[in-house]
Design a protein around this ligand. Structure first.
Ligand SMILES: *Cc1c(COP(=O)(O)O)cnc(C)c1O
Length: 383
């Protein structure tokens, strides 16, 4: 018999989603506008405690529009953490702007404020900074926000992975000029695909919605003074989101418990360290990750192979952007210097990538599934 598949992170539906969709069908709101879209925007804004939101087709679209709204254009420099998913920085390229990658620190795996300071020294005319909260762990926002505001440079918070994560009492995604969330299939809540742009300034979310609906001027005839996009969320998709949002806190509680269980299960194996959670925060624990101590003879690939034999899904840590062939030409800054001046640099991000992997963190995994995952990982370390 084929072994049951154990997932990394996949959608968990509850039933209410279907009711919101049914309502959309019943009222024939099957379009990229409608009551679910407006309600979902308000509900997300209320949940994270921000004034305004614009519902979009993807988190990537939200990052793209955030850059447009902040006026990022050809040749502008934008700082992006190197340790992230490519969607954090692809939109910088869409606008023909120039990403400069910044190394991680070890306390949260996110953008290192010290490396960020060096980046500002080298590129004082930077136009925006994208901050990511990787795997749900909040970045060192106090330090980062202080550095960026001292330079009067706006922050875009890529909170695609951290919806529901708190930093010093406030939701991630609400610290920057603009925040973005993703509802892709594997995120903590999903709409199958979708995103949200949030801001305190209503002009930003209005502009996002305007650009996302083909940038049509206020005129009866079809008049356009700027280039638009087809980036709006549909009313069906928003219905799924409204149903999911009712269960976000529950998802977070289970994800946090998964992290706790792994911590407990591996505490006698000094070679294993879980991904850090920011002491000043309350992470949503979207994915639990682990790193393996150097020189112990076990590699992430070995662990992933052994898990795969049991039909257990795991995956590598995001491969740093400065190591991607497509971003080869761009600079990379660490606390020790810059790639363009110093050549290849040892980095925290690369070390995490080399030694890390993501463990199954699906909230539907049963106690038996968890037991099998844990047993399989332990076996790799001779336990
Ligand atoms: C998922 C993700 C995105 C992109 O979101 P989509 O909704 O898939 O476009 C952006 N940044 C990070 C860090 C992500 O994990």
């Amino acid at each position: 018999m084929a072994k049951k598949k154990i997932y990394l992170s996949c959608p968990t539906m509850h039933g209410e989603e279907q009711e919101f969709i049914q309502e959309a069908f019943d009222t024939n709101w099957v379009a990229p506008l409608g009551p679910n879209v407006n309600a979902f925007e308000k509900e997300i804004a209320d949940y994270v405690g921000i004034s305004h939101a614009s519902a979009l087709s993807a988190g990537t679209a939200a990052i793209h529009l955030a850059l447009k709204i902040l006026g990022i254009t050809q040749g502008d420099i934008v700082f992006v953490p190197t340790l992230t998913f490519s969607a954090s920085c692809n939109p910088v390229i869409y606008e023909q702007a120039t990403p400069v990658f910044v190394d991680s620190e070890r306390d949260t795996w996110n953008m290192d404020p010290e490396a960020l300071k060096r980046a500002f020294e080298k590129y004082p005319d930077v136009k925006a900074v994208i901050v990511v909260h990787l795997y749900g762990t909040p970045a060192k926002l106090d330090e980062i926000m202080e550095i960026c505001s001292a330079h009067h440079v706006p922050v875009i918070e890529d909170a695609a992975e951290s919806l529901g994560s708190i930093y010093k009492g406030k939701h991630t995604g609400t610290f920057g000029e603009i925040g973005i969330y993703s509802f892709n299939g594997n995120k903590i809540i999903t709409t199958s695909g979708g995103g949200m742009l949030v801001a305190e300034k209503e002009e930003y979310t209005k502009k996002a919605t305007f650009l996302a609906t083909q940038a049509r001027d206020a005129a009866r005839h079809y008049q356009h003074s700027s280039i638009g996009y087809n980036y709006r969320m549909s009313n069906i998709v928003a219905g799924i989101g409204r149903g999911q949002l009712l269960h976000l806190e529950e998802h977070k509680a289970i994800k946090k418990d998964i992290y706790r269980q792994y911590g407990e299960a591996f505490k006698d194996i000094p070679e294993i360290t879980l991904n850090p959670l920011n002491q000043d925060g309350d992470a949503n624990c979207w994915l639990t990750c682990m790193t393996i101590a150097p020189g112990c003879g076990v590699t992430p690939n070995q662990v992933m192979d052994v898990l795969e034999e049991e039909n257990i899904e795991s995956r590598p840590i995001w491969k740093p952007m400065h190591l991607q062939p497509v971003f080869e030409e761009y600079d990379f800054i660490t606390v020790n210097g810059s790639k363009k001046e110093n050549g290849e640099l040892a980095s925290v991000a690369e070390d995490i990538f080399d030694r890390g992997l993501c463990l199954p963190s699906d909230i539907k995994n049963t106690p038996e599934d968890m037991e099998l995952i844990i047993k399989t990982v332990r076996k790799c370390f001779g336990k």
